[in-house]
Design a binder for this molecule. Structure first.
Ligand SMILES: *[C@@H]1O[C@H](CO)[C@@H](O)[C@H](O)[C@H]1NC(C)=O
Ligand SMILES: *[C@@H]1O[C@H](CO)[C@@H](O)[C@H](O)[C@H]1NC(C)=O
Length: 308
């Protein structure tokens, strides 16, 4: 095997990030099972959601910052990062999941990317509401990679995934390479038009956008990462969320994974999202994700809604 130092930077960063996402997932599980009652909705520092969110963010960001100092890393700003905290050995972080990562070939156009060209968008615990309310399959750890404003790679780690005796999974992808990890494409064609979205949202626009897509069924599910997995695995036809509530760290990894599989994630009007590291990290025009017929959904929404 080639020495890890001769690998393209992107592959080293993805491999270390995959290790960190899996470890962060383990921490989230540990917090959840540590006996702290899940019906605490106290927003103090000791409620399980805050604890899991902080520990996960600390683990991912401290380690990436230490070992890849020139990366631009963006995560939820409200969590302070201790710069001096102990970190793992870099070779170990990269090697732990290298065999899995080397299933992917680094696309030619990314071979020479430098650390400073990469922006990493981290959501240490996507689906916080699902976590608090015990709908645990909706919880994911998201690490997305962007360059020149485009999402090019992403990791969606789902710590509470259960399939037989397997527990936890990571699905990750690189655009122009493919999607890897444990994803299970639904092999039977989906009937009708199933939309992951909300019909009970307090915002009328959110509901109008779902209805504009003429769904035969609406699946209420939480978490951007989880809904992207539903689209990827063809359990729904589309994921529609016409609200200003998403952030770039919610959408970067999902967009990259879907793109790597031949799907799309844009704003609800079908316009691409920019992942340049500007100060404004919110996605103001919502999210639309599909594997097929993306433009049709965007068109239906544009006909009914003009702004969020
Ligand atoms: C860095 O990652 C390792 C796990 O690989 C973890 O034990 C360590 O606590 C992390 N560092 C921080 C500051 O979270
Ligand atoms: C999970 O179950 C399968 C078949 O039921 C078995 O072959 C496999 O070894 C099991 N894996 C683990 C980690 O227990």
């Amino acid at each position: 095997m080639a020495t890890i130092h001769s690998l393209p930077v992107l592959m080293r960063v993805v491999s270390a990030s995959l290790t960190l996402a899996k470890r962060a997932g383990q921490i989230i599980k540990d917090v959840q099972t540590s006996g702290t009652s899940l019906d605490i909705v106290d927003k103090g520092h000791n409620d399980p959601q805050t604890k899991a969110d902080r520990a996960s963010q600390q683990l991912i960001i401290s380690n990436l910052t230490k070992h890849f100092p020139q990366l631009t890393i963006r995560g939820e700003e409200n969590i302070p990062i201790e710069k001096s905290a102990a970190t793992s050995d870099i070779d170990e972080l990269i090697r732990s999941n290298l065999n899995e990562v080397l299933q992917a070939k680094c696309p030619n156009e990314f071979q020479d990317l430098q650390e400073k060209d990469l922006v990493v968008w981290v959501d240490p615990l996507d689906g916080t509401r699902e976590f608090t309310e015990g709908r645990l399959e909706g919880v994911t750890v998201l690490i997305g990679f962007a360059t020149k404003g485009n999402a090019i790679g992403g990791i969606i780690h789902q710590p509470f995934y259960i399939n037989g005796n397997e527990s936890g999974r990571s699905v990750w992808g690189l655009v122009h390479s493919g999607v890897y990890g444990k994803c299970q494409m639904n092999s039977t064609p989906l009937p009708g038009r199933i939309v992951a979205g909300s019909l009970s949202h307090r915002s009328k626009t959110v509901v109008d956008a779902v209805n504009a897509c003429q769904p035969t069924e609406v699946l209420q599910a939480g978490g951007c990462g989880y809904k992207a997995l539903l689209v990827l695995e063809r359990r729904v036809h589309a994921y529609v969320h016409a609200s200003r509530g998403c952030s770039l760290w919610d959408t970067c990894a999902p967009e990259a994974v879907l793109k790597a599989a031949g799907g799309m994630l844009t704003d609800v009007f079908g316009k691409g999202i920019s992942y340049l590291p500007t100060d404004d990290t919110s996605v103001k025009t919502g999210v639309l994700a599909t594997m097929e017929n993306h433009e049709w959904y965007a068109q239906q929404i544009r006909e009914k809604i003009t702004m969020l």
